[in-house]
Design a protein around this ligand. Sequence first.
Ligand code: UGA
Length: 437
Amino acid sequence: MKIGIVGLGFVGLSLTSVLSSKGYDVVGIDVDIDKCKIISNGNAPFFEPELEETLKTGLTKKLKISNDFGLINNCDFLFVTVGTPQNVDGSIDLSIIKKAISTIGKNLKKNKKKPIILVKSTVIPGTMKNVILPILEQKSNKKAGKDFGLVSNPEFLQESTAIRDTKFPHAVVLGGYQTIFMKKTKNFFTKLHPDTPIIITNHQTAEMIKYANNSFLATKISFINQLSNICQKTPGANVDDIAKTIGLDPRIGKLFLNAGPGYGGSCLPKDMKALINFANVSGVNPSLLNAVEEINVKQLEEIITIAKQKLGNLKSKKITILGTAFKPDTDDIRDSTGIELIKKLIKMKAKITVHDPRAIKNTKKIFGEKVKYVKTITGALSKSQCVIIMTQWKEYSKINNEMIKKMDKKIIIDSRRILADKDINVDYNAIGIGDNV
Ligand code: UGA
């Protein structure tokens, strides 16, 4: 059995690495030649735990990486994992996926096999039926359901646990028509993930499941963030104890109740906007989704308000930002709240020093010389008038009295309450913990 994977980002490269490491005959395709070279040498173009080891194992087996779409010829399964970025109005930009699908369609024309094309890219309900399927049929001059299979196969992996999530997904969703191709796809996934529930549905429902999943997660986060803001105004109240306790109720569940500076990353903000746009276009007022989004956007203001209360006008104030990655264990800064905060502080003419264990290279691409980068945490704290912890890196929980010695003003704003239980001689302000009176 031969498997092709088109698009080697987080989803595509994780899948390529996992399947090839298990011995499957895999070809990973990407239009970016430089990226292909890096991957072929056993290196990941971004940081993701366990990815490189898994990739290297795959390369010792049958894995091939190339920018040549011709290699997808004679694949039995073809996964499409290209990006669907955001347009200004919040809708998704289909240009990349349309191009990839056109190329696959042209290739299909000469293909002797009857491949099954699985789309993992996140697309708005209706895209598979109204956009992807017609392009494939037109370019290949073949019929879906007869000459090739087409299946929606949304992905639920999280960055920082991408390999584990690819190996052990909580569910496999297969959307499409009930054909022999669907049966084959189900058999493939049953073998790959014997203990995982497989949900078979139509295209539109599968497409919607992905948005439902991410928008529900965003809703949980905005819910706890709003509660955390109320806690902050309630002397002695602690949002973590509340989250821990309500999380014990199985109807609520403990995950995604970690209050903070708002959700970021390449998926939750984008998918929320796309769903809101889709609801509006469909004639449904997405009032709940709008509120979730509004709470998220305003969450950074909570941090800026505390900074202003403590420092007055922020002009020329030396502020240290700890963490620009959108979450720990990644170097990804896309839609990161830390990056957004720095942009706002620069506008207020604050002097910014930045530390992040992994994301400095990417951060430099955005701010260049506009901010100062320091490699050690102690160095980043030196001369600072206010430290703002943005990303929950483990390293930051080690901050102690020794490390803060050289701070000019000993003020810490902790958006993740990493230091809440520590005995540190600072003016400590945590998002979600009410000041004791
Ligand atoms: C998210 C989803 O969790 C995945 O299931 C989905 O497959 C992926 O998007 C996608 O659509 O590709 P990811 O973007 O990797 O995954 O990141 P998350 O772990 O969901 O975190 C998103 C943001 O929410 C981060 O900024 C994180 O710090 C924040 N967050 C998360 C909180 O503030 N509190 C929490 O309790 C959890």
